[in-house]
Design a protein around this ligand. Structure first.
Ligand code: S3P
Length: 433
């Protein structure tokens, strides 16, 4: 499927983007191994979160829905999962394979997980290494790629793990394996990463301690089913934050957006560039802070992006690069080598795309330098990466000719109704074929 993004337009209205992907994955995983029933509202009905849901159905968990974002999970308890009949296919979803590796580590059966062409290129040694230290047998394909075979044990060794990279997926994997270990498992992170696993575990009644840059828990305790209200995904809202910032005569309200402090890098960076964003009706929903975000058009300026914001905006860089292309002057990003191992190599793919549209964008080993300018028309290749497709859709607001976006199918992994919402607020993007 391709998108055709026609140039121009203003962005106005008030919308709620779909549920947070990270929280949706975790709601199924923890709900499944809890005692009792867990109900979820606002669940993301995108392919990635559904891959997690289907994996647990394949392991014998009775899950009703999703229906209008509502899911009911009949928890089987910490020892209740059953061996799936075959391999677990998790599609495009890095969060499913990496978090599930941690949970599978504590089971008495072995599981093989595989993914699509994009996921099968992504590094899994980062989870294999700590799991092996805990006594798990982990087999990967060549180069530490999926398929990943995990042969668990119900007597894992508790470890302390110093993460070499700032990754919430690795942290969560180790903590989830830690649920099945004897003693205290702890993970230190080189920079703060999203803490949804820790928050949700506490919501399920499972104590998690945070001291400085270290999160820890003691294995062997039980989780109690609960109700989870999933806020709108700030990573999906980010496309519209940039859209309303760069399009003239725009004012947009994004409703009920999760503003967990470990996720708000995009707001901080856009504000530092001169963006006009206000946080309204701040409240807390099920242990996660939520707000409405009002965004108005603004003249953006190029900046050196503070490196401490990188993990807090890690999924938002493709669209932030579009903001940089519309800004006055140069934007410089460093310390973001993790972008090269996402659903695509987001530094290279975005640089190629921006260059194709006439913007000066120079990739560096760990970042990019982008000079603001006039966005032209042209053809973009998404490389199976949802966020590339949506970012170049946003770019069309300031382009002077149509942008043909090739291979946009994976938008459905995180944002199934993107086109509808984009059209509703005034963007001129449509499905081409
Ligand atoms: C996620 C963590 C991040 C992020 C991904 C979701 C999570 O990945 O990019 O989209 O839900 O834990 P890393 O942990 O690899 O940085």
């Amino acid at each position: 499927m391709d998108f055709m993004a026609n140039p121009g337009g203003a962005v106005n209205g008030s919308i709620r983007v779909p549920g947070d992907k990270s929280i949706s994955h975790r709601s199924i995983m923890l709900g499944a191994i809890a005692d009792g029933t867990t109900t979820v509202d606002g669940f993301l009905e995108g392919e990635d979160a559904l891959a997690t849901l289907n994996a647990f159905k394949a392991m014998g968990v009775n899950i009703e829905g999703p229906e209008n974002g509502r899911v009911k999970i009949h928890g089987v308890g910490r020892e209740g999962l059953k061996a799936p009949k075959g391999e677990l296919y998790v599609g495009n979803s890095g969060t499913t394979i990496r978090l599930l590796s941690g949970l599978m580590a504590g089971q008495k059966f072995s599981v093989t997980m595989s993914g699509d062409v994009s996921l099968n290129k992504r590094p899994m040694e980062r989870v294999a290494k700590p799991l092996r230290e805990m006594g798990v047998t982990v087999e990967t394909a060549e180069g530490g790629r999926p398929p990943l075979k995990i042969t668990g044990s119900n007597a894992l060794k508790a470890i302390h793990y110093d993460m070499p990279m700032a990754s919430a997926q690795v942290k969560s994997c180790v903590l989830l394996a830690g649920l099945y270990s004897t003693g205290e498992t702890s993970v230190s992170e080189p920079a703060p990463t999203r803490d949804h696993t820790e928050r949700m575990l506490r919501g399920f009644g499972y104590p998690v301690i945070r001291k400085g840059n270290t999160a820890s828990l003691v294995g062997g305790q039980r989780l109690q089913g609960m109700h989870i209200d999933v806020p709108a995904d700030i990573s999906s809202a980010a496309f519209f934050m940039v859209a309303a910032s760069i399009a003239p005569d725009s004012e947009l309200v994004l409703q009920h957006v999760g503003i967990n402090p470990t996720r708000i890098g995009v707001i901080n960076i856009l504000k530092a560039m001169g963006g006009d964003l206000t946080i309204e009706n701040k409240r807390e929903v099920g242990g996660e802070p939520v707000a409405d975000i009002r965004v108005r058009s603004a003249q953006l300026n190029g900046i050196e992006i503070p490196e401490d914001q990188v993990p807090l905006a890690i999924d938002e860089f493709p669209v932030l690069f579009v903001a940089a292309a519309c800004a006055e002057g140069k934007t410089i990003l460093r310390g973001a080598e993790e972008l090269r191992v996402k659903e695509s190599d987001r530094i290279q793919v975005m640089a190629d795309g921006l260059q194709a549209l006439g913007i000066r964008a120079e990739p560096t080993e760990d970042g990019i330098e982008i000079e603001g300018g006039q966005i032209g028309g042209g053809e973009i290749e998404c490389h199976h990466d949802h966020r590339i497709a949506m970012s170049f859709s946003v770019a069309s607001l300031r382009a002077n000719a149509p942008i043909h976006i090739r291979g946009a199918d994976n938008v459905a992994t995180s944002f199934p109704n993107f086109i509808e919402l984009a059209e509703q607020v005034g963007m001129r993007v449509e499905v081409a074929k």
